[in-house]
Design a protein around this ligand. Structure first.
Ligand SMILES: [Zn+2]
Length: 93
């Protein structure tokens, strides 16, 4: 059974929590037009997010699990929005 501490906001999924913390730290951002998450490739922001995960993981989640989930989320996020036109590649006709 998972013990859920009182007084914390309910987090529906560990992935949702990881995305929230990464957004708060500025490690990722959301495309304003399409809502896709984009990796900002900012090592300092990532470090802040990982520090938050280790120091304050969600209720019922170990720091290691929180960090691992954050890595998975970062792996799944690209550095560009898939729906935005490329800015400088110039490969599309
Ligand atoms: Zn976009």
């Amino acid at each position: 059974m998972l013990m859920v501490k009182e007084g914390r906001p309910a987090i529906r999924t560990l992935q949702g929590w990881a995305i929230y913390v990464l957004l708060e730290a500025g490690a990722i951002r959301e495309c304003e037009e399409h809502g896709w998450m984009q990796d900002r490739a900012d090592p300092h922001a990532r470090e802040r997010a990982f520090a938050a995960a280790r120091h304050d993981p969600p209720a019922g989640v170990s720091p290691d699990e929180a960090v691992a989930e954050m890595c998975d989320v970062l792996d799944s996020i690209g550095d560009t929005c898939p729906e935005c036109p490329p800015e400088d590649h110039g490969v599309n006709p």
